[in-house]
Design a protein around this ligand. Structure first.
Ligand code: DC
Length: 221
């Protein structure tokens, strides 16, 4: 059973996915985290965005694992916990471009499909319902106005002690939206059979209730 949750940054995907995984006993898979690991390793090695071949090469040295602790996922890169580091502003600034490199995408999609094998999962990303799992049982596209998405991300950053201005956050989101929508493979778009949920005016609780209702309608247990 695969539930695909796609949508732009700040749409509430991550939060809703976590809540639903806990409520419904699904495994939570955050595909953005896999691209963030590649971006982090590129930064650590001093590889720039122009050095595409080096970026593709370094992917083969990465072992990415998710460890689930209750409803919290920890992300491990080559055995080290990088859960916080992959959310840094430096990683966030380059991750969309990293994820546009076709050979990087192909390798990450392969990994994401393997991670879901034989499990009941709720998987969040940009291209889950369109590319990674075009036959997913349930597809939801979560959206919200860009100002609201930036507000949420800014608040989240403040809570985590990541120091950025609101202007910087909204600018980054707009650039990522554009880049994510124009990818050669796995571009951000609504799958034909996806249900669109506009979360602009919804609380987390309301979003989760809506998503749970959609899943319950389709999932016969
Ligand atoms: O969801 P996120 O913000 O952690 O994702 C980070 C970046 O990774 C995002 O800008 C686009 C990219 N991404 C992608 O291309 N495909 C996915 N399935 C998930 C994320």
């Amino acid at each position: 059973m695969i539930v695909a949750i796609d949508g732009p940054a700040g749409s509430g995907k991550g939060t809703v996915t976590k809540v639903i995984a806990g409520r419904m006993g699904l495994i939570n898979l955050d595909t953005g985290a896999t691209y963030r690991c590649v971006a982090l390793e590129a930064l650590r090695r001093g590889v720039t965005l122009e050095e595409k071949e080096k970026i593709v090469e370094l992917v083969d040295d990465l072992n990415i694992e998710f460890k689930h602790e209750n409803d919290f996922i920890r992300v491990f890169l080559n055995g080290k916990d990088v859960t916080s580091e992959i959310r840094s502003i430096e990683v966030t600034k380059i991750v969309s471009q990293i994820s546009s490199i076709v050979p990087v995408r192909l390798k990450m999609v392969d990994l994401q499909r393997k991670m879901a094998e034989g499990k009941d999962v709720i998987m969040e990303g940009r291209d889950i319902g369109t590319y990674v799992f075009p036959n997913a049982d349930i597809k939801i596209y979560l959206d919200a106005d860009v100002e609201e998405r930036a507000k949420r991300r800014y608040k989240e950053n403040m809570e985590k002690g990541i120091n950025t201005s609101y202007e910087e956050v909204i600018e980054n989101i707009k650039i990522r939206d554009e880049n994510d929508k124009n990818k050669e493979i796995g571009a951000l778009r609504v799958a034909k059979d996806a249900i669109i949920v506009d979360s602009t005016k919804m609380t987390i609780e309301e979003m989760a209730d809506k998503v749970e209702e959609i899943i319950n309608k389709k999932w016969e247990r």
